[in-house]
Design a protein around this ligand. Structure first.
Ligand SMILES: Cc1cc2nc3c(=O)[nH]c(=O)nc-3n(C[C@H](O)[C@H](O)[C@H](O)COP(=O)(O)OP(=O)(O)OC[C@H]3O[C@@H](n4cnc5c(N)ncnc54)[C@H](O)[C@@H]3O)c2cc1C
Length: 409
């Protein structure tokens, strides 16, 4: 699904289209933000044949996203039903990346354990995790869940996303925007905390997270204790040890006292950490709000406020953004089509029409129609060649138009 050959072919076609073809009807989309949310949306949109330009104040390796631990885990993100669906789609996408031949993605499936100080029912998102089970808790805890989850090495993964966007013909430009772009293009707002200003959203707030990077220790499972929170997440060459969740704190400077406390808590959970060598400190500000904002507002699609789960929700949110952008682009394009003359009867075909019957219909009817709609239908078919998904929809739209004229005639 993600790095499929079809999508790669599509990217080549997009680049070729920019150099030579004119009259390309696939719209341009401006994505604001180059964290995991913006980059994933950009890649998915480019895979679907959109021309994508990302504008961002910070490049991917300078964002909050690069600080993430990043364990697949729905944390500080609501509402539960949408978050579960997005997290489930992302789980599958990451599992596919982890099982592929390309290690440069930085994604691995790793088993681990979440511990609890009291008996705890299954989490609300348990349905999307295939192997979640209660397990014997370590000493000092009353309950534990074990499951296999995607773990994403963010510096590697964000670089991979950037390469994917490049392969697909998208661009990334550094730009600090005072407001969302005023443009005829569709704009996707993935500015994370920047949406406080860009979307005038006072309900968005930072929840500060500090982590310590260590190495020289053999940890091959992840561990999580929600109190603290305390977590230990192994990467290929280092281990991320966290953490904190300081509501409303804007400071991005690591605190030495906090780092000591984090290491102390983590060593109680994973005693091997006592001999670890500290190699770095990182701080990020999670973009938290009462619920993730993923909705269209005119030609803007807002996608921000993923809180402590931006990585966990990234592919699911991006899929929904693609659907919303397609809806907007299609509505805008359809507006430019000729209107059926007054008095004509509009006939709507089922959108599930099989491509073969659509083709047969198109061959059978042109003779009965005037020049104009036939021309329009062939234009629709031409642009429809750009992607398979669009092909089907445009053909159906073309047939609808034909029928309108046919019934008028
Ligand atoms: C310590 C820590 C641990 C975490 N662990 C996990 C984890 O294990 N799993 C998980 O899923 N999540 C985790 N998270 C949460 C995750 O990091 C965030 O949810 C995610 O990074 C949000 O991504 P984003 O792309 O929406 O925002 P960001 O990464 O903040 O990106 C925002 C982008 O918008 C741009 N921007 C903002 N304002 C403007 C402007 N005015 N003009 C132009 N560009 C602008 C920025 O420059 C940036 O490019 C963790 C976070 C922290 C801090």
């Amino acid at each position: 699904m993600l790095a499929s050959a079809a999508a790669t072919k599509e990217g080549r076609r997009r680049r070729a289209g920019r150099c030579g073809r004119t009259g390309d009807q696939v719209g341009r989309v401006v994505v604001v933000g180059a964290g995991v949310t913006g980059m994933t949306c950009a890649v998915r949109l480019a895979q679907e044949g959109h021309r994508v330009d990302v504008l961002a104040r910070d490049y991917p390796l300078e964002t909050t996203s690069v600080v993430a631990a990043a364990l697949w885990y729905p944390y500080k993100a609501l509402p539960q039903d949408r978050v579960t669906a997005w997290a489930g789609e992302s789980f599958l996408a990451f599992a596919e990346l982890a099982s592929g031949p390309n290690r440069a993605t930085g994604v691995r499936m790793i088993s681990g354990t979440e511990v609890h100080h009291q008996r705890t029912p299954d989490p609300w998102w348990a349905g999307v995790v295939p192997d979640l089970e209660h397990s014997a808790p370590p000493q000092g805890y009353a309950d534990a869940w074990s499951f296999t989850a995607p773990v994403i090495d963010m510096p590697i993964y964000l670089a991979w996303l950037r390469d994917r966007l490049d392969e697909l013909g998208g661009t990334l430009t550094r730009m600090s925007l005072p407001a969302l772009p005023q443009t005829h293009d569709v704009v996707v707002n993935c500015a994370g905390l920047g949406s406080r200003r860009l979307a005038d959203d006072e309900g968005l707030r930072p929840v500060r997270g500090q982590v310590v990077l260590v190495n020289g220790v053999d940890v091959d499972r992840w561990w999580l204790d929600a109190t603290g929170p305390t977590y230990v997440v192994p990467r290929e060459h280092e281990v991320v040890v966290g953490g904190t969740d300081e509501d409303g704190d804007w400071s991005r400077t690591p605190s030495p006292g906090t780092a000591t406390a984090i290491l102390h808590r983590a060593a109680r959970l994973v005693p091997e950490l006592a001999g670890a060598k500290v190699i770095g400190h990182r701080v990020g500000l999670r973009p938290v709000r009462s619920s993730v904002r993923l909705e269209a507002e005119g030609r803007v699609v807002h996608c921000y406020g993923q809180g402590g789960a931006g990585v966990t929700l990234s592919w699911g949110c991006a899929n929904e953004v693609v659907r919303l952008v397609d809806k907007i682009s299609w509505a805008v394009e359809e507006r430019g089509w000729p209107q059926a003359p007054a008095g004509s009867t509009s006939t709507t075909l089922a959108s599930s029409l099989a491509p073969a019957s659509v083709a047969a219909f198109l061959f059978a009817w042109p003779a009965a129609l005037s020049h104009e709609p036939v021309l329009r239908v062939s234009t629709a078919l031409d642009s429809a060649r750009s992607t398979w998904l669009r092909w089907r929809r445009r053909v159906t739209g073309g047939v609808k138009l034909l029928l309108t004229y046919a019934s008028f005639g």
